[in-house]
Design a protein around this ligand. Structure first.
Ligand code: GUN
Ligand code: ZN
Length: 378
């Protein structure tokens, strides 16, 4: 392999199957094989799962969040510890969301201006201000491999006028983010975020404007914000295949196993979602035979593994009967074992997708998952 290929930000598409792609993204902390699912570690930790376990189940990259880490313990404190990789003892890639989405979704009292967004801390109510330059400086202190631009995520049900104005602001903020950290000025990558709500033409406007800014990747934001699933798929099908072919594509905050397969089918390479970890803590488990609600009485004396087709630590060592007991007794081990399993399920889904795309059998893989998960709600 030439030196050029190993440069952070370099992205290679090795194979395609329809619009689905099998690729490799180079980062300063190693290569990421795509399509990839990225476990969410908002506060610098994936809830209930150690970095050792994350490695064992095949996590290539984890997420952190600018908003949370800025408020606590503070990005400057993290920088003094040598960055988040060292602080959290995770030496594989890290992606940080910009904090824009959290400011908007956590209903912190907020004020949006051209300069940025003013908000109150969810911890102590104190006032703070995020500008595009500020969120890049924070992500620089955190030392993430992939930084996200500051954007405004317009929720479901906003009118066309508001959405159109908002996406223009998101573009101006994106430009300022790039100017604060020009392409190639360091080892960190920066992704732009396409908005435009549920208007296809506005999505195209957003894409056109952002693709003129030299980002190392492009994300689709503003989906899975309370809309009906067909509306989300409609936008995904329209805009996914139109994103720059030679750059990685990231669908933010989505979704269920079938949502991820729909994303891959429409050319998306990267996914993150709290569903596997959140559901694990609620006792909802994803298996190759469908969803399992581990609290149900039917598992009281069920000595079989959670998923006979899973290779995770949980499935190799414990019965459904024991997992039900841990959940019922509110033992902390319940969250840990359930999270390890659910994450492994999502990671295996993308592993299988990578293999299927290479073999030209992605449609078959999708049918297999649809047969099990079609009738299941999120
Ligand atoms: N996470 C899920 N959706 C979004 C979005 O639209 N913007 C950002 N920054 N993060 C997200
Ligand atoms: Zn398992």
């Amino acid at each position: 392999m030439s030196k050029e290929i190993k440069k952070p930000g370099n992205f290679t598409v090795h194979a395609t199957d329809g619009n689905a792609r099998r690729g490799t993204l180079v980062t300063a902390h190693g290569d990421i094989q795509t399509p990839v699912y990225m476990p969410v570690g908002t506060q610098g930790a994936v809830k209930a799962v150690s970095p050792r376990d994350l490695r064992e189940i095949g996590s290539q990259i984890i997420l952190g969040n600018t908003y949370h880490l800025y408020l606590r313990p503070g990005d400057e404190l993290i920088a003094r510890r040598g960055g988040l990789h060292k602080f959290a003892n995770w030496d594989r890639p890290i992606l940080t969301d910009s904090g824009g989405f959290q400011v908007f979704s956590l209903e912190s009292i907020r004020k949006i201006t051209e300069q940025g967004v003013e908000f109150r801390s969810y911890i102590d109510g104190s006032k703070h201000f995020f500008s595009p330059e500020k969120v890049i400086s924070i992500q620089n202190n955190i030392g993430s491999d992939i930084m996200m631009v500051l954007d405004e995520c317009v929720g479901y049900g906003n009118d066309r006028d508001y959405t159109a104005k908002s996406l223009e602001l998101t573009t101006r903020w994106a430009r300022r983010c790039r100017e604060a950290y020009p392409a190639g000025s360091g080892d960190q990558l920066m992704f732009g975020i396409i908005q435009g709500g549920f208007h296809k033409d506005l999505r195209e406007v957003s894409l056109e404007q952002l693709s003129e800014i030299p980002f190392e990747g492009y994300a689709i934001g503003g989906l899975s914000v309370g809309e009906p699933i067909p509306d989300m798929y409609d936008i995904l099908q329209h805009i996914g295949p139109k994103l720059p072919f030679e750059k990685p594509r990231y669908l933010m905050g989505v979704g269920t196993p079938l949502d991820i397969l729909e994303g891959i089918a429409n050319g998306v390479d990267m996914f993150d979602c709290v569903l596997p970890t959140r559901n694990a803590r609620n006792g909802t488990l994803y298996t190759s035979l469908g969803k399992v609600n581990i609290k149900r009485a039917q598992y009281r004396e069920d000595d079989s593994p959670l998923d006979p087709n899973c290779d995770c630590y949980t499935c190799r060592n414990f019965s459904k009967s024991y997992l039900r007991h841990l959940y019922t007794a509110k033992e902390l081990l319940s969250s840990q074992l359930n999270s390890i399993h659910n994450l492994r399920f999502f990671l295996k889904l993308t592993e299988q997708a990578r293999e299927a795309i290479e073999n030209g059998t992605f449609a078959d893989l999708r049918k297999k998952y649809e047969a099990v998960y079609e009738a299941v709600t999120r």
